[in-house]
Design a protein around this ligand. Structure first.
Ligand SMILES: [Zn+2]
Ligand SMILES: [Zn+2]
Length: 211
């Protein structure tokens, strides 16, 4: 499947999926959503013989970002959508439940603001803004692989009642439904799926299906 090796580790109290995306022809790796448990993430990087060069965040909720400060070093670039950047330094409403909240961070290195191809470090990927679960939620596309964060899950979607906006989510879902082609989908929680399977079965896409 393309030019990348992908490994998932589940981290933290709400079992967030953290993905390591390593190039097959180099040690360079992207880590998507290092939410907690830096030792688990480091161990996975070690076993893949990978070096984290880029950290990409699908959105700013605590369970996706709290190991950024531990993982980042002088050779790491951090990217997030500009509308979720504030989560890097502001505690959110859930962090009071946490025994340990290692904020604040330094600023992000790259702020995404619109759909398109981005080059960060040696990686090229496509960013689709996907507001709804949070204002600055995005999907990242590497070849035919889509990382959907808490926007799209297998058979479900992310909640919009806390920081989210149901109307924005509706527009995002319609946009995802109308994307041409197919993608392997790696969500922010639970198991993988494909965009075509979700188009066919996800109840939140039902209204867009041709009857
Ligand atoms: Zn979330
Ligand atoms: Zn989450």
């Amino acid at each position: 499947m393309g030019e990348y090796l992908i490994k998932k580790v589940e981290v933290g109290p709400v079992r967030t999926n953290c993905y390591i995306v390593r190039k097959k022809d180099s040690r360079d790796a992207v880590v998507i959503d290092p939410g907690a448990e830096i030792t688990v993430i480091r161990d996975a990087l070690f076993k893949m013989d990978a070096a984290c060069r880029v950290i990409l965040l699908t959105h700013g909720h605590f369970d996706h970002i709290l190991a950024v400060g531990d993982l980042k070093n002088a050779n790491t670039l951090v990217g997030i959508h500009k509308h979720d950047e504030h989560f890097l330094t502001e505690r959110d409403m859930f962090s009071a439940m946490l025994p340990y909240d290692p904020r604040p961070f330094e600023k992000a290195d790259v702020l995404f603001d619109k759909e398109g191809s981005y080059k960060v470090g040696s990686f090229e990927f496509y960013v689709i803004p996907a507001p709804g679960h949070t204002k600055g939620s995005v999907c990242y596309i590497f070849d035919d692989i889509m990382f959907t964060g808490d926007t799209l899950f297998k058979n479900s979607i992310g909640r919009t009642d806390l920081y989210g906006d149901p109307q924005e989510m509706e527009k995002t879902l319609k946009m995802l439904y109308n994307l041409p082609g197919d993608y392997a989908v790696y969500p922010g929680h639970e198991g993988p799926t494909t965009l075509s399977d979700e188009k066919a079965r996800n109840p939140y896409f039902a209204k867009y299906r041709v009857r």
